[in-house]
Ligand binder design. Structure first.
Ligand code: FMN
Length: 208
């Protein structure tokens, strides 16, 4: 399926069937999401996979009755880091040095540049920035899932503080950004047949 066909096929699923996606599909999808770009490459978030029904039943209490988070095959939670600063950069530089085979001494300017850019932001701005990076990964997940014929529904209609508590995110220095149940659409989900409501090309694309 080409990308446009995949994007027309996908929709925000209202009702999932109880069919599971395979672990190979899940791994393939998450490996694609892992390749998402991010500001400076810092990837200041985690991608949490929740399969346990028991945990998802607890999360349902913080999902305003949107029971698809428990019905779906798996629930993906994108969680942004809460402590963003020099350590975020140091961890990345360690990884960068290892992968590129460069000594740390060659990366000092790069590291200092990232550290000062982050230090110039307020803590609130750093948190917003981290959430923005998580949303890029969400966008990739939606597109990659569609190409792989995996159904999904991006969701922010949740109480993120409740999610943080149930998942114990605080102790990992994380906070919920956005969630996305994935799986297979229910055959009775009529939303699958609703037309796509989008602004026309000329209404949304400005050619200057
Ligand atoms: C950030 C974000 C949050 C959303 N939150 C919810 C949600 O909580 N519940 C829900 O059913 N749909 C949610 N949606 C789905 C949108 O309503 C849906 O993507 C939009 O109406 C376009 O329809 P389509 O995705 O079916 O093409 C969300 C979408 C995004 C991108």
């Amino acid at each position: 399926m080409n990308v446009l066909d995949a994007l027309n096929w996908r929709y925000a699923v209202r009702q999932f069937s109880d069919e599971k996606i395979t672990s190979a599909e899940l791994k393939g999808l998450l490996n694609a999401v892992r390749l998402s770009p991010s500001s400076y490459g810092l990837q200041p978030y985690k991608i949490i996979v929740v399969e346990s029904k028991a945990v998802r039943e607890k999360l349902l209490l913080h999902s305003y009755g949107q029971d698809k988070i428990a019905q779906s095959s798996h629930l993906i939670v994108f969680a942004a880091q809460t402590q963003i600063g020099d350590t975020t950069v140091d961890n990345y530089i360690d990884k960068y040095a290892k992968i590129t085979n460069k000594p740390h001494s060659e990366l000092i300017n790069f590291s200092e540049h990232m550290k000062s850019a982050l230090a110039a932001k307020t803590p609130e701005q750093r948190q917003v920035w981290a959430h923005q990076q998580a949303y890029i990964a969400l966008g990739n997940l939606l597109t990659c899932a569609a190409v792989m014929k995996i159904d999904s529904c991006p969701m922010t209609g949740i109480d993120s503080a409740g999610y943080d508590e149930v998942l114990g995110l605080d102790e990992h220095g994380l906070t919920t950004s956005v969630i996305c149940p994935i799986g297979r659409r229910h055959s009775e989900d009529m939303q699958a047949y609703s037309p796509k409501v989008r602004f026309d090309y000329d209404e949304i694309v400005m050619e200057i």
